[in-house]
Ligand binder design. Sequence first.
Ligand SMILES: [Zn+2]
Length: 236
Amino acid sequence: MADSTTRVALSGPDVDQIASVSWLQFGDLFGETEGFVCAIMDEVIKTRNYRKHIMKDGTLDICRACHRPGESLRHIVSGCSHLANGEYLHRHNQVARIVHQQLALRFGLIDFEMPYYRYDPASVLENSSALLYWDRTIITDRYITANRPDIVLVDRSVRRAIIVDITIPHDDNLVKAEKEKVSKYLDLAHEITAMWNVESTVVVPIVVSVFSRKASTNISRSFRLVVGSRVGYRRQ
Ligand SMILES: [Zn+2]
């Protein structure tokens, strides 16, 4: 982890350094996987771009998935049109499912935790303390374009609604991605407060860097706001 690429990446003012490396404390990865993740984070992966420019072995730098020039790691993890609707969407949904399951557990909407890859969120979960929507269009009186966030939670004990939307941008775009998510759902937040029996509605973007190399400074606050201390800091 002490490689210079990672150290530089973790040093920005918008980066939550503890959250960014906390995955290493969980100890739930195989050593080989952990090594592979670190290699990705340090960008030491034999992409065609790496072979051409670092190894200089004469490889033509064309993406094997979309066949466009430039098979860099950055292209593979966040810029390839061929992977957008498959792999990237799947990645986004897996993160959203983890957050959904933690919310459902916390509010007693489900009884036990299952492995995230087997968890299939119900469209609506409801009890006396909470209402939890998964990937549902919110019907509003006024026409609103952004009306289908990943998750909407109503915490009935405090009469508060929370719009949760997950995004996994490249490392360089964390702050921008966060701001975009908040402004995107502002209209919906106003409508929900006006229509539902809640005092306020907050938009909580969950922004995870694509390399998982850094977590935005807001991510711990976001998790605390949404699920208390159960996600992100479970060993502390
Ligand atoms: Zn590509």
